[in-house]
Design a protein around this ligand. Structure first.
Ligand code: HEM
Ligand code: HEM
Length: 260
């Protein structure tokens, strides 16, 4: 984790970007563009595979999608799919925006802030729809409703969702709208950075718990044989882990300071 001093918010970026050559090819700096972009591209692979596997699982094994009261079983399938696309893939990439496109000057920084806030806004909308799908699938279950919020997955998941909403709102107020002055902004930045990564970790934990409990609920006979649907769900979990390791590595180990 990079425990930043928050100076980034105060520094007026200079335009001399071309001069910022890294000291060596393996320097973990976002200004070492070749290395950083290689890491970034490689990390996309498990993220995209996880989404494809989730699509194959929900459509091929779980019978596709519906919405509303009539078919709550299939309405549920939106839940894992939209969470994987939003809370995992878009969240990870949204967090990396300032590293993928380093802010060259205050104008670029302002645009990146808007892009970062919009990406997280899209994640928020997908999260709300995904949560609605999960709650509906319980409330409309036949012949009787299934209780809500009784699993560890649902507790961890809802904690992540509430913290995410708080992070988004506080991000907007502190960094985009002039509610906080520059010094308060700089003081709050390390908290924002820390919670950005911490909530991501909670999301990943929640996704893995969700996959495991669903596999157990389904009572798939081949669970102990490591094949078919069960094997695919385990592999999906592993790709989610690989993606999150890539994202947190780039967030914590690639330096944003400009080379002297
Ligand atoms: C990654 C972000 C995720 C979050 C924030 C999240 C959050 C939640 C929440 C809050 C509930 C409670 C709904 C209720 O009580 O009616 C829930 C239910 C459920 N979720 Fe997730 N979920 C996530 C991903 C997943 C994934 C990837 C799966 C995989 C299949 C999954 C499977 C389930 C299942 C089976 C339920 C119903 C049983 C229960 O309440 O635990 N979730 N989820
Ligand atoms: C739930 C939503 C959000 C999450 C999860 C989130 C997450 C993050 C993370 C992980 C970082 C660290 C990035 C890095 O070290 O390169 C970050 C930085 C930042 N975020 Fe957010 N963020 C959210 C919403 C917002 C919003 C709405 C704004 C408003 C503009 C904002 C403004 C910033 C700024 C200014 C930085 C610092 C960039 C720098 O280091 O120069 N964030 N955010």
């Amino acid at each position: 984790m990079e425990y930043c001093t928050g100076r980034e918010e105060l520094i007026v970026e200079d335009d001399n970007y071309e001069d910022m050559t890294p000291h060596n090819a393996f320097e973990l700096s976002i200004h070492n563009r070749k290395l950083f972009l290689t890491f970034f591209t490689v990390t996309q692979v498990p993220g995209i595979i996880a989404i494809i596997l989730m699509l194959v699982w929900t459509i091929h094994y779980r019978g596709g999608f519906s919405w509303g009261e009539t078919d709550p079983g299939h309405a549920f399938n939106w839940h894992p799919l939209l969470m994987t696309i939003g809370m995992i893939y878009l969240y990870g990439n949204g967090a990396l925006i300032y590293r993928v496109l380093p802010p060259l000057n205050p104008e670029v920084k302002k645009k990146l802030k808007i892009l970062h806030a919009i990406t997280m806004g899209v994640v928020f909308v997908l999260m709300v729809v995904a949560l609605q799908a999960a709650f509906d699938s319980h409330n409309y279950a036949k012949p009787t409703a299934i209780p809500n919020m009784y699993t560890l997955h649902s507790w961890v998941g809802l904690t992540a969702a509430i913290l995410f909403a708080a992070q988004w709102l506080s991000g907007l107020l502190v960094f985009l709208f002039p509610v906080a002055g520059p010094s308060l902004r700089a003081r709050l930045l390390p908290f924002h950075q820390y919670y950005g990564s911490a909530i991501f970790a909670l999301v990943i934990a929640s996704a893995l718990l969700g996959l495991l409990e669903k596999a157990l609920f389904l009572g798939i006979p081949s669970y102990k044989e490591k094949k078919g649907e069960q094997l695919m769900m385990n592999i999906m979990g592993m790709f989610i882990i690989f993606f999150s390791c890539g994202v947190t590595f780039m967030l914590s180990k690639f330096n944003k300071e400009k080379p002297m």
